[in-house]
Structures are given as C-alpha cells and as structure tokens.
Design a protein around this ligand. Structure first.
Ligand SMILES: [Zn+2]
Length: 122
C-alpha cells in the first residue's frame, strides 16, 4: 500500500481540531478591535498630559501621548523599518478604527474631559 495515501487517525484529529479552531477564531480575526474601557483621567494626569502637549511630546505617528511616542512602539504603526539609530524611516498605518487606542491619551481627550466637568483648569 502506498504510504502517502493513508490517513493517520491522529492526523485527521489534528486537522479537525485546526479546522474547528480556525472557524472559531475567524470572526474575531476579521472584526475591529473592541473599544477598551479606560478610566477617566485624574486631574493630575490631565495636568501632566497638558504639560507634555505644551512641550510638543505628542507621538509623530498617532498625535497622541503614550509610552514610546514617535518610536516603533506606536500602536498605530502596522509595519515599518528603522535605521541604525532606531528611528522609523518607512512605515504603514493600521486603518482607522483597527488599531489599539486604549493606552493613548489624545489631546482632544484631555480638552474634552475638562469641558465635561465644566470646570476651569486650576
Ligand atoms: Zn503613537
């Protein structure tokens, strides 16, 4: 009997498991990331964010504030190349709505929070 034409029962079980897993994961892989709930910024965090914005520390790629701003760590970057100094020289973005913004503070978020409270910054 030619060996290449037989199906090992374990191979078939593995194929079934992989097919089931792919079926279960397919909807999650194609949908946009869910909006992660983030607690509101504290007054101190708003002040710190305002200082960073004033100092021009926003990320060059996403225009927000986050750890690793303007580096390959920016979650807006889908792919890119860095030079010998670790500077991103070529890059592509994730499409709008399909990247993780849960750890980024945007300038609009800071201003919006102040307006919602209706308080003057102290
Ligand atoms: Zn960024």
């Amino acid at each position: 009997m030619p060996r290449g034409y037989t199906v090992n029962p374990l191979d078939q079980a593995a194929r079934d498991t992989i097919r089931t897993a792919q079926h279960l994961l397919a909807p999650a892989a194609t949908s946009a990331l869910p909006a992660a709930a983030r607690p509101a910024l504290t007054d101190q965090e708003k002040r710190d964010a305002g200082e960073l914005v004033s100092a021009g520390k926003m990320c060059a790629f996403c225009a927000g504030l986050h750890v690793g701003a303007s580096t390959p760590a920016c979650p807006r970057l889908a792919a890119g190349k860095v030079n010998g100094d670790g500077i991103v020289t070529e890059f592509s973005f994730w499409p709008d709505g399909q990247w993780d913004t849960s750890r980024i503070v945007f300038v609009a978020d800071v201003a919006e929070d102040v307006d919602e409270d209706g308080k003057e910054p102290t």
